[in-house]
Ligand binder design. Structure first.
Ligand SMILES: CC(C)(COP(=O)(O)OP(=O)(O)OC[C@H]1O[C@@H](n2cnc3c(N)ncnc32)[C@H](O)[C@@H]1OP(=O)(O)O)[C@@H](O)C(=O)NCCC(=O)NCCS
Length: 191
């Protein structure tokens, strides 16, 4: 059951001193942690503070394409909203929202590094992102919240209310990668 960001924030009221220590244990050996609720109580969700270094590091930890610093910075700057999950000031996950804030928004870069997966952090961030988009929605109108699902993550998103396309009435999502033209083939070089 997803936990709201607010209730997590409220839970962070005592025992601050030993939290980093507990998390390092968790971080080093995920299997030793048996109480997911307790683990989630250590997490703080922070809007619009994730740094380009944190973003690049989280992407690296899940093996995603390397972005240039400039590209990553612009992506963060142009996001409607970013959300970082932190334990003892260390980022353990992120997600962001891009879009027009009225008709359509997209969930982008929902990233939980392997050491923190499976304990509810992704759900926590996704539910908070959904709440943020709902807060933008103009009353009486419909907002679309979309995402491009990574291979094998369908069940996770289905569990959070998303529909997998195509359906009987909806076509598939589509994509076009815009890149530099391919480098000239050596055979085409003069000489
Ligand atoms: C996919 C991802 C965001 C899920 O976050 P998470 O914190 O590991 O997931 P949670 O712990 O919140 O899991 C919530 C539920 O989804 C399920 N789930 C999580 N990842 C899943 C997966 N890959 N396949 C199927 N189910 C999954 C969990 O079993 C759990 O189910 P339960 O509530 O019935 O126990 C995370 O694994 C991740 O960042 N992966 C690498 C990057 C990535 O692929 N991001 C998504 C891009 S579209």
């Amino acid at each position: 059951m997803p936990t709201s960001a607010n209730s997590l924030a409220e839970n962070r009221t005592c025992g601050e001193a030993d939290r980093p220590q507990k998390w390092s244990k968790l971080h080093g050996d995920k299997e030793t942690m048996d109480d997911h609720t307790e683990k989630r109580d250590y997490i703080e969700l922070r809007p619009n503070v994730i740094t380009v270094e944190e973003y690049l590091k989280l992407r690296r930890l899940v093996g995603w394409k390397t972005l240039s610093r400039e590209q990553a910075q612009r992506a963060l700057d142009h996001s409607l909203y970013t959300l970082g999950a932190y334990v003892a000031d260390q980022p353990i996950g992120m997600g962001r929202i891009v879009g027009d804030g009225a008709v359509i928004c997209y969930v982008q870069d929902l990233i939980i590094p392997p050491a923190a997966q499976g304990i509810g952090v992704g759900s926590l961030i996704l539910e908070a992102l959904k709440s943020y988009v709902e807060s933008l929605r103009i009353e009486g109108t419909e907002m679309m919240l979309d995402l491009m699902c990574a291979k094998g993550r369908e069940q996770f998103y289905l569990g959070h209310g998303f529909t997998a396309r195509p359906t009987e009435t909806l076509g598939p999502g589509m994509i076009l990668y815009l890149t530099d033209p391919p480098a000239k083939n050596a055979q085409n070089e003069p000489g």
